[in-house]
Ligand binder design. Sequence first.
Ligand code: RUB
Length: 325
Amino acid sequence: MDQTEPDVHATVASVADDIAEMEIRGAATIADAAAGALDEQAAESDAGDPEAFRAEMRAAARHLRETRPTAVSLPNALRYVLRGMVGDGVADLRQSVETTAAEFRRELDQAQDNLGRIGANRLRDGDTVMTHCHSTDALSCVEAALDQGKEIRAIVKETRPRKQGHITARQLREWDVPVTLVVDNAARRYLDDADHVLVGADSIAADGSVVNKIGTSGLAVNARERGVPVMVAAQTLKLHPDTMTGHTVEIEMRDEREVLSADEESEIDGDAAGGLTVENPAFDVTPPRYVDAIVTERGQFPPESIVTLMRELFGDQQGGEPWEE
Ligand code: RUB
């Protein structure tokens, strides 16, 4: 086995950095960027033979894979493109990557549009949604409802520590949706004014658990107690195949500086060196009993039955990952 890791193209390295730094973020957007980066790697490769080309593509996929562990859309995108890489010569292989990456990105957009139309059916004229974080799948439901002529209002949770709620608020305001922005701690108080909690997902497990931005599970438990239905908008790209065989979803732990700046940390800690521990989990797991519906481009599902869709889509896919040698 060749021990030297092939170089990845500068675009792949830069997309990987942007994903790790959350310049590119959100599960669907990450998947789209990863497919685009593989396409770029193929286009720019100067590999002299098919085996070298394949090795480069696998290395690029591994590099992208290592950026963030929780959103399954990333490995699902990499698998899709690498499994579509076929052909005898470098030119054929390159062409197949280009075609497959473009197809993947087209299908992703299409799935989001279809999902949006299905999700919009759950929203009635005059409804208020409460959102958490920024999810393009969730927003597509609101957009489709607006297209249907419904009036929708939003209560948008800020979503500490990275405040992705501000992105959601900005998007909704561009669509002229009346928005009330609240800090995360105020969510329970405002649940009485909400008709739906509407969130996205980074991964959906085979038992219907929803992995999404930290704070989603607490919101869902509060919503259940208040009688507000929880709707998860997640195209099938978010279904996690490994969970069918008992694997759990890794929750990303991010840098403590996202929570406390160095100054804040030393203010709290005083002179006591190293006394403070800061934890910064990026995601949490909402058990299926707190979720009313998972809306996909293939229809809406009660969380407990999502496994039937997973069996249909993944079958009993076995074997190694396409980026492994
Ligand atoms: C984003 C997040 C989003 C999902 C779904 O977390 O939790 O709800 O990724 O987004 P982060 P989408 O900001 O840490 O990436 O529906 O756009 O795929």
